[in-house]
Design a protein around this ligand. Sequence first.
Ligand code: NAP
Ligand code: MG
Length: 317
Amino acid sequence: MPCPNLKVTMKIYYDKDANLKLLKKRKITVIGYGSQGHAHAHNLHDSGMDVTVGVNKNGASWKKAKKAGLKVADIAAAAQGADLVMVLIPDEHQGDLYRDVLAANLKKGATLAFAHGFNIHFHQIEPRADIDVVMIAPKGPGHLVRSTYVGGGRAGVIATTFREETETDLFGEQVVLCGGLVELVQAGFETLTEAGYAPEMAYFECLHELKLIVDLMYEGGIADMYYSISNTAEYGAIARGPQIIDAKTRQRMRVILEKIRNGEFAKEFVFEGKCNGAMLKRSRSRLRDTELEKVGGKLRSMMPWIAKQKLVDRGKN
Ligand code: NAP
Ligand code: MG
């Protein structure tokens, strides 16, 4: 429930504002059955909607979606006749998919839906004039979009624009959530192991415990996290943290934000797509060979309770 005294400047919608009946009369197609695709398809299906998954017949997703009991069709066939078509394949391939398949197969007046503003905001897709365009951008990884639907409470829907969603989302993932965090973890791990400490100790300190700390922050903000840790840890954090993330780091953050806003990052990423994800492939194989990932795999196999609650099952979703 939103706090009544809190002045919220943005518009937030809750369950009472939504009317599922409006979707019930529609044919819905979800294109892609990856992280977001499987989540949206199953959530809509479990909500009683008429959902078809559109994927390539020769891809890995075809079998996964069939096995999960969903209606599956080739992308062109799934797009034809659908009232709402949600595009949930990787951003770097969406432009080609629209031009090669969707433009000719979407029915007149259909609604095209996105989970991220990238392709519309950076003009990689320019939909036909008769097409409505909407965005439902989850603030979390696809596997959590599914697990929250299955087991959790529902949060609100924040009204936003393609520009605001795209720019803040890219900034968050590049600077804090994914880019900054992974580098911080790796740098910490390598500093400890280079100094001769056991990689297992370094793994626990720099990666495993991160979840425990983030859970506290997620639940009660930074103050509750500080409340829960020792005074020693809290003092160390306030005395040393600003030496790691300093004014120069903040300046680099502003530069990264500017490169998002002026389209430089988009251009770079679209080029990466044209190169068949060369950088991504190289980085994934390099990552597999790092000591951090190797020792992590070993340690996690000794903590079976982690696997029991695993959100990602690559064979299924
Ligand atoms: P993803 O998991 O990488 O998508 C994989 C799916 O796309 C698979 O079903 C794959 O089919 C299909 N696919 C890949 N390339 C294709 C192509 N060229 N043509 C047709 N199908 C293709 O994608 P995602 O991470 O869920 O991202 C989908 C959208 O959600 C993006 O706009 C992204 O920005 C947004 N989003 C994602 C997250 C997230 O947590 N991942 C969070 C917020 C928003 P095959 O198995 O047949 O290859
Ligand atoms: Mg995001």
